[in-house]
Design a protein around this ligand. Structure first.
Ligand SMILES: C[S@@+](CC[C@H](N)C(=O)[O-])C[C@H]1O[C@@H](n2cnc3c(N)ncnc32)[C@H](O)[C@@H]1O
Length: 512
């Protein structure tokens, strides 16, 4: 009964344009969110069919239920899994069952179709046709990609190797590949079910859309770093960050929603995450000057958004009221910009990833552009040149994702990086360190290169060794073979050489 009451309540709000299914379901505090989400989505999809059945059978007159309650009940009775509750609603639906089934049969005959699905409006059938691959992120805190691949092979899946093109992700049932962009991601055929799979239940794999894996992958915090996940629950990106950090360092995760945080806590435990510090707290009230955040150099900001990029999945097929929609987007964008400005205020911050699962430029490029304008110490990093969909001009450094171009949900990601020493307490980024030194051949990976998935070189040789330096190295190697006096003379020569070298370096122009 609670499931149907909750689903009807959410459906009523969605139909009244008071939120999306996704947000309302998450906010509902219902125990089985997955079950509730599926019921609301399906009922909404069949909404016009259900309304016709309810009206033709005069169900509302003969019962005391509201239209939205009738819709969820009739959906589950005729199309879903059968009424799952006991009590008065079960008695009522059983009483009207035969009449409702007869009305459904008549409707099918009239429309000359045999399957329930064929009764759906064509717009819904088209949206239904969007079948995304099933993405499975290997949780490297618990296993390796190779071991996961072997496990799935033993489980009867056939492994086709690493994908080279997006077309390779168009897979048949029971086959899978390794993703072409993200090395810890496996890709299976759409609708491959893993919720009961051992590797999922044991936290060895995480079911996460590819686009949603981008933020942590691009932020790429090193081990032992201090990181903030500002709006973290239910924590898929948090566990991805922890995996990248190899559980070493500190991962501060905040969320306003206690229920979502408690789900997150369970999921992180299952994923073997140990470096996190969860806080039920408004991120906007977290004090950047608090000493415990003094070493935070990385922030992942994935704030609440309209969710307009999510497929299905809970978007009302009827056109939205444009004025109300605009107001809602305006409010969301204002919140997102406040979060961004707040995050950029952490004194030692070096890199920040901003992401949303929205397709609206108001929540994406416009927020980032405003954030950059208000925080001139930061600039955009050009992300993954091979990625097929870019941020809208002029922010082509950012990434977008969509069902058509990247075979994912709609998504947006930007990476901001500190580029000036405006804040004296902030250590220089690799790039700044490099550009303040005379150099010809910079072989270290710049933060931007790391962001593109190229490995960082830990001890960056900023310039090729000069012959003097080579000599010095040779001398150091021979030191033990010389007498103390000779050693002292040599040390003096070395000191002089070092002085000479310093003077020369100061006179050398910086090669950018
Ligand atoms: C898009 S979801 C985050 C999803 C999460 N990053 C993940 O990958 O699992 C946005 C989250 O922001 C939280 N939130 C909204 N306003 C917040 C605030 N002021 N401070 C902290 N969290 C907030 C919401 O409760 C929601 O859980």
């Amino acid at each position: 009964m609670a499931l149907y009451a909750k689903a009807a309540d959410i459906l009523e709000k969605v139909e009244g344009k008071r939120g999306t299914v996704k947000t309302l379901v998450f906010e509902s505090k219902f125990q089985n969110i997955k079950q509730l989400f599926a019921l609301v989505c399906e009922t909404q999809k069949y909404s016009s069919v259900l309304q016709e059945l309810i009206e033709s059978t005069k169900l509302l007159k003969q019962t005391k239920v509201k239209m939205t309650q009738a819709k969820v009940l009739v959906y589950d009775l005729l199309i879903g899994q059968g009424i799952k509750c006991g009590g008065p609603w079960k008695v009522m639906m059983t009483k009207h069952r035969a009449r409702l089934e007869a009305a459904l049969a008549r409707m099918k005959i009239k429309q000359k179709v045999t399957k329930n699905r064929d009764l759906l409006p064509s717009s819904v059938q088209q949206a239904e046709g969007v079948l995304l691959p099933r993405y499975v992120r290997v949780n490297t805190l618990k296993t390796t990609v190779d071991d996961a691949v072997d496990y799935f092979k033993r489980d009867g899946f056939s492994y086709l190797g690493e994908a080279n093109r997006l077309d390779d992700l168009d897979l048949k049932a029971k086959s899978f590949v390794r993703d072409l962009h993200l090395s810890d991601l496996l890709v299976f055929a759409p609708k491959t079910e893993f919720h009961e799979h051992f590797l999922y239940k044991a936290g060895h794999v995480i079911l996460q859309d590819k686009a949603s894996c981008l933020p942590a992958f691009l932020l790429n915090p090193p081990t032992n770093s201090h990181v903030i996940d500002a709006c973290a629950a239910p924590g898929n990106k948090t566990s991805h960050l922890a995996a990248i950090m190899k559980n070493k360092g500190r991962l501060f995760a905040f969320d306003l929603d206690a229920k979502r945080l408690s789900t997150m806590s369970t999921l992180l435990l299952r994923a073997g995450v140990r470096c996190q510090q969860l806080a039920h707290q408004d991120f906007l009230k977290v004090d950047p000057a608090d000493p415990q955040y003094k070493d935070v150099e990385y922030v992942l900001l994935d704030p609440s958004c309209s969710g307009s990029g999510m497929v299905c999945l809970g978007t009302d097929p009827s056109p939205p009221d444009p004025e109300r929609e605009q107001r809602r987007l305006g409010n969301l964008a204002a919140f997102q910009l406040r979060c961004l400005n707040h995050a950029l205020g952490f004194p030692r911050l070096q890199r920040l990833v901003y992401s949303t699962c929205s397709v609206h430029t108001e929540e994406n490029e416009k927020v980032v552009a405003a954030g950059l304008q208000q925080n001139p110490a930061f600039r955009l990093v050009h992300l993954l040149p091979v990625w097929p969909e870019r941020g809208l001009q002029p922010l082509s450094q950012c990434l977008r994702a969509s069902t058509t171009k990247t075979l994912t949900h709609g998504f947006f990601v930007a990476l901001l990086e500190r580029h000036s020493d405006a804040v004296s307490t902030a250590p220089p980024s690799l790039e700044e360190a490099a550009s303040s030194t005379p150099r010809q051949e910079v072989t270290s990976a710049s933060p931007s290169e790391e962001a593109e998935g190229r490995p960082a070189v830990t001890a960056p040789p900023l310039a090729s060794l000069s012959s003097e330096e080579e000599e010095e190295e040779e001398e150091e190697k021979m030191e033990v073979k010389t007498s103390p006096v000779e050693g002292q003379a040599k040390k003096k020569r070395k000191r002089n050489k070092k002085k000479k070298k310093k003077k020369k370096a100061a006179a050398t122009p910086i090669v950018a």
